[in-house]
Design a protein around this ligand. Sequence first.
Ligand code: NAD
Length: 696
Amino acid sequence: MSEVVKVERHDAVAIVTIDSPPVNALSAAVRKGILDGVTSAAADPQVQAIVLTCGGRTFVAGADITEFGKTPMPPSLHDVIVAIENSPKPVIAAIHGTALGGGLELALGCHYRVAVKDARLGLPEVKLGLLPGGGGTQRLPRAVGPEMAVKMIVTGEPISAQDALKNGLIEEIVEGTPAAGGEAFARKVVAEKRPLRRLRDDDSKLAAAKADKSIFTNAAAAANKRNRGLEAPVTAAEAVSHALDQPFDQALKTERELFLKLMNGDQSKAQRYAFFAERAAAKVDGVPEGTKPRKVERVAIIGAGTMGGGIAMSFANAGIPVTIIETGEEQLKRGLGIMQKNYEATAARGGIPADAPAKRMALITGVVGLENVKDADLIIEAVFETMAIKKEVFGKLDQYANPGAVLASNTSYLNINDIADMTKRPQDVLGMHFFSPANVMKLCEIVRGAKTAPDVLMTAVAIAKRIAKVPVVVGVCDGFVGNRMLSARTKQSDKLLYEGALPQQVDAVVTKFGMPMGPFAMGDLAGLDIGWRSRQDRGIKSEIADAICEAGRFGQKTGKGYYKYEPGSRSPLPDPEIEKLIEETVTKLGLKRRQVDDQEILERMVYPMINEGARILEEKIAARPSDIDVVWLYGYGWPIYRGGPMFYADLVGLKTVADRLSYYAKATNDPSLEPTPLLKRLADEGKTFASLAKGG
Ligand code: NAD
């Protein structure tokens, strides 16, 4: 018998149990075990029905993605499914936990499916830039109809057992263990002499869409409505469409071809890379083995502004009570009001249940006065970005906070070590840098100070995960990883205006690349006055940006910035006044503008960021190139199908990146653009950033 698949016989019913922790993924051993188990059960004359089920916490949750890119080992998933489908005795999949990807395809090869009530079923392959390659695009439409199938496959979102029952994906919701429920159902199948239901032969649910093509095209278009540049969901919809216009076996071949096209394409490579990058980021270097995080039951947040409010909501969303502290009743009321409105808007859109706003707001207690941090295990400061205020707050925290409480700052740029030194417990201080809107964006840069204790670091990592954030540990420097690289880009976007580009041209190149917003639309959204004030404080001039603010154009909040905005609208409209203002400012400076092409804009938006990323690696501010990519994917909306700036650099080739940077350093008289020693070395040696993880 197989190590990972066991067969037992209960009278006339054989129970084939997959037991391969943690998630019963379809490794070569599991595939072979299933094939052998089902074949031997089918050959046993005593057996009249076979139940396929799983041990542990879930049904098969998908392919074994560590096998991706390696030589495929027989039997293939397709062979296993065909063997099950062709079994002369009924095979019943009994599902618990999640039946995902190859797991659901396996179940679709069975003649019947039952599930326990909290099971979930789905085909999430698109999330890795793929499509279901084990017959899912053909059997699912035959089970649930092509409209529902295309929706499930294109979005990749799993459905509940109740929805699966309603749509004909499962026959029954069973009580008790999945094995017992499956066995009871199998006895019914035998007693009632139910026929073998092979989905491949059942076209009944395809009839309507075959007669009226618009039924499918409309459903496919609706499912792909929010797609921004991803190939997989579009290709997946195409694969499903062949359920309607190709015979089953031919459509399976087409599915395979489309699967391989995606598998070998850059987008899926990037998406699979991102999957592993996120997991790698969770590993923290330099922490003694066995370091345990401190216990966090109560959290206090200081400042109920844009960030404090969003952070408080993230904790409440995870069911963790928070106290939010302000300087006065008025600020508190405003902050709590915004959170309440935000929850209500989400509930109105159907994003959370109708009773969720009240339940979540009940977890958030607003108070005035810093002394109220006294019961908190974790305190996150989100007050104004001014060192003097941060220092004052941390000095006071030292007096009020419980011994052992973790003290975190959400600062965007400031030095965590200087903040920590305002306390007598710098070992308890670190940065937890969330991204705006903090209740939505998944990134949390965990900034490790020079004196931060290992268990404090692990506490921040653990709590970030508990509130469904993606933590990345980084070192102390101006702007940490994300904002430091963003600054490198901002410097170029500003310069491009002097040289001849317009805001709308730069933004269009950046959004076409796949970022959600260009730098100028982003500036308008954040408010241009913040940077203006900070430049004034530091005695820095930026003629165009200053002239825009001097004209009272602070961005969306004043209806005008780099763009103009119709009342009540957030859509940026190019403004001839800005063109004029740029032209005049540049003329005054005695400069001449030129035609800047889109390729130059793209290179100058992305390559300086890559250079800064390389510098960040040299300085060991980030532990690995993939950590930098995770920061950009989850903090700034870098398109997942481009993997992150460092992955993208490897794809372009580091030699090209380094050569172009050298060229721009000279052409624009900007020595800061010269490739850093690390980038130059890798480029000269023909290596990639990825090679660094392997000691390159
Ligand atoms: P904000 O101005 O919206 O909110 C700051 C809040 O802190 C205000 O409500 C203010 O009343 C309160 N406050 C000030 N001093 C206080 C004190 N001593 N005690 C209690 N409350 C006090 O600012 P924000 O955008 O939420 O930024 C807060 C911090 O987060 C800053 O350090 C900022 O750099 C950082 N940050 C901001 C963003 C962003 O996009 N806005 C993103 C990441 C990090």
